[in-house]
Design a protein around this ligand. Structure first.
Ligand SMILES: *[C@@H]1O[C@H](CO)[C@@H](O)[C@H](O)[C@H]1NC(C)=O
Ligand SMILES: *[C@@H]1O[C@H](CO)[C@@H](O)[C@H](O)[C@H]1NC(C)=O
Ligand SMILES: *[C@@H]1O[C@H](CO)[C@@H](O)[C@H](O)[C@H]1NC(C)=O
Ligand SMILES: *[C@@H]1O[C@H](CO)[C@@H](O)[C@H](O)[C@H]1NC(C)=O
Ligand SMILES: *[C@@H]1O[C@H](CO)[C@@H](O)[C@H](O)[C@H]1NC(C)=O
Length: 400
């Protein structure tokens, strides 16, 4: 071979090495995928390999037509490649019996920790098989449950540039998806479902995160479809179908006297159907901080119990909430273009702290009628300041 040819081959090999993204499959790491064998170790080994791959991008496939039983896994970063593609074509299921769960100290079943540039997609399913957790609790069988509280199914802690899309999420023991300290991230085209009576099965929970988009997803659960809590800012939520569930909630904020902040939230083009709430802001008495610059726009309501609600006396069953003077300050909250029906008479409910007023509330083009023919709807205000235009029920209780 002449020198030129050798040079060409060397260059070609270099090029192939550079351009071919590593592509792993959990089957290569011993996964069985029969839905019975514990494939946790295979997933862990596959992740190690993926995360240590130094290529420009690396991917891991969970193949179609297989069901993989895995226990709690910590998918630990940081990884070496700037782009990590986790492709879920098949189904991943959790251990069914809570007493057989090992290692859920993190509070999550599938935890991704400090992984930047992560893309998870594939059209497959993540099934937490949480039904046993919903009926039993750790206090029912002391010592037998290895997790103090039911785990979140899929949690992301400390990430940048996460893209989670095109997946089905079912029956989490607790919240389906959690995002904490994750920025510049997008969640889209998800289908999340758990029974209406399953406790604490929020769809998506976000905290300590900024620049996040959630769009084009269907969320049907037993608790909040989406909940934004402390440290959430610059978050756009668009084209979400919610129901059954407890609506899209800011909070709860200010529990145990905490200083909590949420701001820069836009919820647009969403539908609520048969939900306990629509656009909700909930805060505990005695907290501090703020919820501000939040808009809900172009919202469709079908038979929603509290279509528009600010509840600064949030106190769910079983809590003993004594009167407190401090409160999270709620300001600059816009509601525009709401159309549909309310199953409660008080379609608009601004129950603000009597010590810390809600200010800058704007209602515009609201038309919420009663689910029940012949019945009316009303607006209620407690220490709420703002303006309204084209609003039915009339919100004359808002103070200018
Ligand atoms: C949210 O929407 C606003 C207005 O459409 C846009 O300016 C902003 O960049 C968006 N934020 C995110 C995180 O997508
Ligand atoms: C809430 O977030 C703020 C700012 O992000 C932080 O200063 C505060 O400590 C947080 N509160 C709690 C209880 O974590
Ligand atoms: C909301 O829907 C309207 C059409 O009804 C569309 O023009 C607009 O771009 C959508 N907004 C967002 C943020 O997707
Ligand atoms: C609720 O709290 C108040 C004062 O904090 C206390 O006096 C009362 O006994 C408590 N009630 C219950 C049922 O715990
Ligand atoms: C409000 O909705 C009701 C019921 O759908 C409808 O009859 C009415 O015309 C609407 N009003 C306005 C101002 O759009």
């Amino acid at each position: 071979m002449d020198e030129k040819k050798v040079m060409f081959i060397v260059l070609l090999l270099c090029f192939l090495q550079q351009s071919s993204a590593a592509d792993y499959n959990v089957m290569q790491f011993g996964a069985v995928g029969d839905g019975k064998t514990d494939d946790t170790k295979a997933f862990e080994r596959a992740w190690q390999e993926l995360c240590n791959d130094v290529g420009p991008s690396s991917s891991l496939t969970v193949p179609m037509l297989n069901t993989f039983l895995v226990g709690p896994i910590n998918f630990q970063g940081p990884c070496k490649s700037p782009l990590i593609h986790f492709q879920i074509l098949g189904t991943i299921i959790a251990p069914q019996n809570p007493s057989s769960w090992n290692g859920c100290e993190t509070g999550a079943w599938l935890l991704f920790y400090k992984v930047d540039g992560l893309v998870i997609d594939g059209g497959g399913m993540i099934d937490g098989r949480g039904s046993v957790w919903w009926t039993k609790s750790s206090t029912d069988i002391p010592g037998e449950f290895k997790c103090a509280i039911p785990p979140t199914a899929l949690h992301f802690e400390s990430c940048n540039g996460l893209q989670l899309r095109k997946l089905r999420h079912r029956n989490s023991p607790r919240n389906h998806i959690g995002l904490s300290r994750c920025s510049y991230s997008t969640i889209s085209y998800l289908d999340i479902a758990a029974p209406a009576n399953s406790p604490n099965t929020d769809g998506i929970d976000i905290s300590f995160s900024t620049q996040v988009r959630v769009h084009h997803s269907i969320i049907k659960t037993g608790d909040d479809c989406i909940a934004l809590s402390n440290g959430s800012s610059q978050i756009n939520i668009t084209s979400i179908y919610c129901g059954p569930g407890h609506g899209i909630s800011i909070g709860s904020l200010g529990i145990n006297g905490q200083y909590d902040t949420v701001e820069g939230i836009k919820v647009r083009n969403c539908t609520f159907s048969g939900t306990q709430n629509g656009a909700r802001i909930k805060t505990w008495q005695g907290g501090s901080g703020h919820a501000r610059d939040i808009t809900f726009e172009n919202i469709l309501l079908h038979n929603v119990n509290n279509p528009i609600i600010i509840d600064q006396y949030y106190c769910p069953d079983g809590n003993n909430c004594s009167e407190k003077t401090l409160a999270v300050k709620v300001s600059d909250i816009g509601y525009k273009q709401f159309v549909g029906t309310s199953s409660s008479r008080t379609a608009i409910n601004f129950d603000c702290s009597k010590n810390v007023a809600c200010t800058g509330i704007l209602l515009d083009q609201i038309n919420i009628t009663s689910t029940f023919e012949g019945e009316d709807t009303i607006a209620y205000c407690n220490n709420a300041f703002g303006t309204s235009s084209f609003t039915r029920p009339a919100a004359s209780c808002l103070t200018h």
